[in-house]
Ligand binder design. Structure first.
Ligand code: GLU
Length: 339
């Protein structure tokens, strides 16, 4: 990623993001860069997703101080899809604890497609990764609640607390996916056969399909991401959603698995935990700093938003968000001035 030298605020991950006008300027540069890109394809394996406007593009940044920056189509609604996996995972770890979810679901990248059945077979029925469908379905099955309706209410309520507003189901997306999700139902049955799901698999897939059909915009995603960046407290509502330990666990899982088979490349280029969804959404978390939400429905071959990745890469470089970036201690400005 080639970044305008004038935009680079800092090249290390420590410190804070700059004042609002400078963030706005960099956000505009990131948007302009990414807008030129028309490669990629809108997802159509869930029929209704094919109707998305391929040109739609919005980027929103929300700081841990609650300050919000928008550019483009940040109020345009779309279904959250796989991005829900990150937040349901956090809610379930909050309820059941680090060890239990690690044991049942795992944290490792399978190296196979998000909807892979063979990955389950290759791992003796262990779903391995909570960010692919098998692991996400197993995670949703762990959500406390006496039946599927109670689980669904807990999921919707929890994701709404992350977003800071009541999230609604997109009925059209829910129906379209329910009519075509035979593969996810097969995955749930297979997990049940291995004793990894101890609830009715049809009910579990229904809750999972609903969670994926929650309607959000890029602004919601930025607030949700900012909550994970802020030790689990929503910086807009001031409400604690999950503990700081749960945020840490969730971000580690996202760093390893958040962008499908593109996860390694993403971490290399952007250096931040993130999660994408097939409807074109993308969340990125800069711990202690900001959450970024983008919407642009054209996807690359791995299923990640093309413009979303480009804009986020720009922000990461210009704002010094990459968690792996450091500079020698001796070269820090305070050392120079005190010597
Ligand atoms: N609901 C989608 C599915 O299960 C989510 C896929 C995604 O966003 O990766 O196929």
């Amino acid at each position: 990623m080639d970044v305008d030298a004038a935009d680079v605020v800092q090249s290390v991950s420590t410190g804070r993001v700059p004042e609002a006008p400078q963030v706005d300027r960099i956000l505009e540069a990131a948007h302009t860069r990414a807008l030129r890109h028309r490669e990629g394809r809108v997802a159509d394996y869930i029929p209704v997703l094919a109707a998305a406007d391929p040109e739609a593009f919005g980027v929103c940044v929300v700081g841990v101080d609650g300050v919000r920056h928008d550019i483009g189509d940040t109020r345009m609604r779309f279904s959250i899809q796989s991005i829900s996996k990150a937040f349901v995972y956090a809610l379930v770890v909050e309820q059941l604890g680090h060890e239990r979810v690690l044991e049942v679901v795992g944290v490792n990248n399978t190296g196979l497609a998000f909807n892979s059945v063979i990955a389950i077979e290759l791992n003796d029925g262990h779903p391995m990764n909570p960010m692919v469908n098998a692991g996400a379905i197993a995670t949703t099955a762990l959500m406390p609640g006496e039946d599927a309706d109670a689980q669904w209410e807990a999921v919707r309520d929890g994701l709404s607390r992350f977003a800071g507003r009541p999230l609604e189901l997109d009925d059209e997306v829910y129906r379209s996916e329910s009519e075509t999700n035979l593969r996810n139902r097969a995955i749930a049955r297979l997990l049940q056969s291995y004793g990894r799901i101890d609830r009715d698999p049809e009910g579990v897939v229904d809750v999972y399909t609903r969670q994926c059909a929650l309607s959000v915009d890029a602004g919601d995603l930025a607030v949700m991401a900012a909550t994970l960046a802020d030790g689990g407290v929503n910086p807009v509502t001031g409400q604690r959603v999950v503990s700081a330990d749960v945020c840490r666990d969730t971000l580690a899982v996202l760093a390893a698995n958040g962008l499908y088979e593109g996860s390694g490349e993403w971490l290399f280029e952007i250096g931040l935990p993130g999660k994408s969804g097939v409807a074109g959404g993308l969340v990125t978390i800069a711990p202690g700093k900001v959450g970024v939400g983008t919407y642009a429905p054209r996807l690359d071959d791995a299923g990640n938003s093309v413009r979303g990745q480009i804009a986020t890469a720009y922000l990461s470089r210009a704002l010094g968000l990459n968690i792996f970036a450091s500079a020698p201690f001796a070269s820090a400005p305070q050392r120079e001035s005190s010597s």
